[in-house]
Design a protein around this ligand. Structure first.
Ligand code: NAI
Ligand SMILES: Nc1nc(O)c(N)c(N[C@@H]2O[C@H](COP(=O)(O)O)[C@@H](O)[C@H]2O)n1
Length: 286
């Protein structure tokens, strides 16, 4: 019998947790004893990522780049444990081979007893992959974690016109995930955010934490995407990544007077130092 090596577990202290909690979904834990956001048309959306002092989330497209220190990394896993789903774009799935589970000690404990007892459960990974770029396989980290019971199988949203390879389909379904066909009726073959969020709602997912990457973040920080964002939680790491990085810089629109309009501003802001990083929480000013 092959033994599975123990995975890291993380703890997030109550002090910073109290600062972050107001930005979590209402009835914010996806425990077995609460229903999250059941009356909303769309899931509660938390946009969260880590960037450098020059607003880069990675050294370049396709380069996995660690920015968060240990304390803010634990915060990310705290967030993951308090959402029903965690969403990334295909670029991130391909570049990072992410695990997309929560390694928070409480979440790990819940895995061990089947997630019962009102304790925190794992988020459902969701990947936006209209053209089927992500070649998921049995050794993909998210699949391995789901197979060993430390995470859930991913839902992968593909365009209705994309035919998926049978082998990939079997890999997903073996761990409780699947492909979901959705019409990519937005510009450049993209899904409309309303369509994506409606699908998640239909799947019974009341809250989603959206982690990236660059294209996903930028499209949610400018209209019309920003209308769907309930809270924003950004880790700022004390480093510069230099030119050529994947930068968070949403497109500007032009006002009726022909002048540029800033895409978004945060209000109801809290700053929370975590180790050498600082975490900024806020809500989009409407
Ligand atoms: N520091 C951080 O917190 C994070 C960093 N990253 C980094 O970001 C980089 C990847 O960024 P990007 O290349 O911009 O990739 P991305 O993850 O935003 O993926 C872009 C792709 O996702 C799909 N996609 C995005 N929006 C879509 C929509 N509305 N409808 C349909 N499909 C959609 C498309 O296939 C598109 O090509 C990687 O280097 C990764 O390491 C990713 C997540 C978080
Ligand atoms: N919060 C945060 N800090 C960083 O420094 C990061 N590079 C990321 N990246 C995101 O986390 C995913 C990796 O997750 P696993 O640890 O493999 O579960 C990666 O794909 C990005 O979404 N986030």
């Amino acid at each position: 019998m092959t033994s599975i090596p123990p995975r890291e577990t993380l703890t997030f202290p109550p002090g910073p947790a109290a600062l972050i909690t107001p930005y979590l979904p209402p009835n914010n834990t996806n425990t077995t004893t609460t229903t999250s956001s059941s009356t909303r048309a769309y899931p509660y959306v938390t946009l969260t990522y880590a960037h450098s002092l020059d607003a880069s989330i990675s050294l370049g497209p396709g380069i996995r780049t660690a920015l968060s220190g240990p304390e803010s990394k634990a915060m990310t896993h705290f967030l993951r444990a308090h959402h029903d789903a965690i969403l990334v774009g295909a670029g991130t799935a391909v570049a990072d081979d992410p695990g997309l589970n929560s390694r928070l000690a409480a979440a790990v404990a819940a895995d061990a007893d089947g997630g019962g007892g009102g304790r925190v459960k794992q988020p459902r990974p969701v990947v936006l992959d209209p053209r089927g770029r992500w070649a998921v396989h049995a050794g993909s980290k998210v699949v391995e974690l789901a197979r060993e019971g430390s995470g859930l199988g991913p839902l992968v949203l593909v365009d209705t016109g994309t035919v998926m390879e049978e082998g990939r389909r079997r890999v997903l379904e073996a761990v409780g995930g699947r492909y979901i066909a959705l019409e990519a009726r937005g510009e450049r073959g993209r899904f409309e955010w309303a369509d994506v969020l409606s699908v998640l709602k239909q799947e019974g997912l009341g809250s989603v934490m959206i982690e990236g990457g660059g294209e996903v973040i930028n499209s949610l920080l400018a209209p019309p995407g920003n209308a769907f964002v309930d809270s924003v939680i950004v880790t700022i790491a004390p480093t510069w990544l230099g030119q050529g990085g994947v930068v968070v810089s949403p497109v500007r629109s032009t006002g009726v007077d022909g002048q540029p309009v800033a895409p978004a501003r945060l209000t109801d802001v809290t700053w929370c130092p975590l180790g050498e990083d600082v975490v900024l929480c806020g809500r989009i000013l409407r």
